[in-house]
Design a protein around this ligand. Sequence first.
Ligand code: ZN
Length: 312
Amino acid sequence: MPLFVKPVFHEKIWGGNRLKDFGYDLPSDTIGEVWGISAHPNGRCEILNEPFQGQTLDQVWNNHRELFGDFPSQEFPLMTKIVDAKSSLSVHVHPDDAYAYENEDGQYGKSECWYIIDAEEDAEIIYGLNTDSKEVALDKINTQDYDALFNKVKVKPGEFYFIPAGTIHSIGAGVLVYETMQSSDVTYRLFDYDRVHASGEKRELSQSKAKEVIEIANENINIPTDTEIIENHKRTQLVSNDFFTIVKWDISGTLNYMKPREFVLVSVLKGEGQVIIDGAVFDLKQGQNFILTSDDLDTIFEGDYELIVSYL
Ligand code: ZN
């Protein structure tokens, strides 16, 4: 049986209410993130269907590792989110695995990737720095010369960005993003636009750790994607690296799906239809998230919808 999971909502100072467009019943008008698939202690998703209904994903991971190909990791390794940036997120950076293990109680580091679902005209992200010298970067941070330092990129729906650990980044106002990432919640804020909580306190920065983990990337940020048409369906491979592979499917009609790994994470971004798994029929609609496990041998997608599939 697949594992359909219940999303977890997170209030954020910069969040909005656009996630209700995905069919979610939002608890407030400042929801910045919905964690679609997560076993992280800061937001554990509950299983919605039998036989594990009511258990959390981390419980199933711990007690039924055979459903995940006996994958040898203590923690469930991935997480998916949708982020609604009504205003800009803090400018921040995540550590890599080695730094996080050492300094953050054995947590994973975080590399993440973004699929831009929607963006207002002229909306921007911050992606990396306008220098290839760490010395220059640290100097500009120390003098708070951020405008010259941050590399701003205008984004459009359908684009894709990979953010390796160590890359300074931020999602700008008016951008709606689907994210797949390593299962980690370690964020070092560098700059937060001097925003204050309702209590009047500024949000905490972690500048010294941020400065330690910054990597100066010279890579081209335009990630080439690889699109092929399989029968009537468009399959776009967004990224494949040491951390994850992300594939977007535009499905129209019937797709006999070959699961590429023992377990894969699936999110419905748009549209509706059904998925038939070993003969059992499940209705699918926008905003749903599920995991196909080792048990699920024969999967048929039917309908008109867009999926993102993530796996190790
Ligand atoms: Zn981030």
